[in-house]
Design a protein around this ligand. Structure first.
Ligand code: DGL
Length: 273
């Protein structure tokens, strides 16, 4: 397969990255994609940074071996936060993460320069969003909130449950009343985990229209598009292939993928050595 017609590799710890894949397919319908969810070892957000670095490294090696991609997108904030710089150095393929695009989406959305970041424990601990937002605006108010209950709930198929709504309420309440200098609360909530768009309905129900809820999917797909364009790597054919792989149990993965794409998605097993 020639350079531009090779697929884009998309990686997440589980189903969350499918939210980015969906937007990628929307913006770049001619591109072939290969998705890998490391279902067997999620949630990454509860792990140590060194473990997530090792898992991400294995995932990148899997893509290089199994898919020969032209670009790898780490559609996982946690892996981006702790492993992007490292795997980028090691990989022969360009690697893009979701944190910088997420931060720029939040910056565009906030008018009072007060952003709440909902993310996994490891992403919050890494400070990656705090740094990315402060790089873009050194005076911006950032309130970070770890939301450890959400990924297991979403992976278990409970994204639309009362339990999800209760967990979301618990996590976002402090962001709506504390911290900002100019006025209480944030005006923008950034979904700093690619699983969280699946509970966006609950967040929007609780915040109402005064708070904007943004994620990294649109700006990340845009970043991929820009890289492909500037390096003349856009696919030349119009018969793209889409493959989805996961480690561990495929059952819930298949269910969540079907709910998200509105159609059955074949999921193939993968082994990361
Ligand atoms: N979807 C991943 C993220 O964006 C994290 C899920 C996990 O904890 O494994 O951070």
């Amino acid at each position: 397969m020639s350079g531009p017609d090779r697929p884009i590799g998309v990686f997440d710890s589980g189903v969350g990255g499918l939210t980015v894949l969906k937007e990628l397919r929307r913006q770049l319908p001619n591109e072939s994609t290969v998705y890998l969810g490391d279902e067997a070892r999620m949630p990454y957000g509860e792990r140590e940074a060194a473990e997530v670095v090792e898992f991400t490294r294995k995932a990148v090696q899997w893509f290089e071996r199994e898919a020969q991609p032209k670009l790898i997108l780490i559609a996982c904030n946690t892996a981006t936060a702790v492993a992007l710089e490292i795997v980028r150095e090691e990989s022969s393929v360009p690697v893009i993460g979701v944190i910088r695009p997420g931060a720029s989406a939040a910056l565009t959305a906030t008018s009072r320069r007060a952003v709440g970041v909902l993310a996994t424990r490891l992403t919050v601990r890494s400070g990656a969003y705090f740094r990315a937002l402060r790089d873009l605006d050194p005076l911006i108010d950032v309130i970070q909130q770890p939301a450890p209950k959400l990924v297991p709930l979403i992976e278990a198929g409970g994204a639309r449950s009362d339990e999800a709504r209760a967990a979301v309420r618990e996590y976002i309440a402090p962001m709506l009343s504390e911290g900002a200098v100019v006025a209480p609360g944030v005006d923008t909530i950034l979904l700093g985990c690619t699983h969280y768009p699946l509970v966006r309905w609950a967040i929007e129900q609780i915040t109402g229209p005064v708070v904007r809820v943004v994620d990294s999917a649109t700006t990340t797909a845009l970043a991929v598009r820009e890289v492909l364009d500037s390096h003349r790597l856009r696919a030349t054919g119009d018969t793209p292939t889409q493959r989805v792989h996961a480690t561990g149990s495929l059952d819930t993965f298949v269910q969540v993928a079907r709910a998200m794409f509105g159609q059955a998605t074949e999921v193939h097993p993968a082994t990361l050595s």
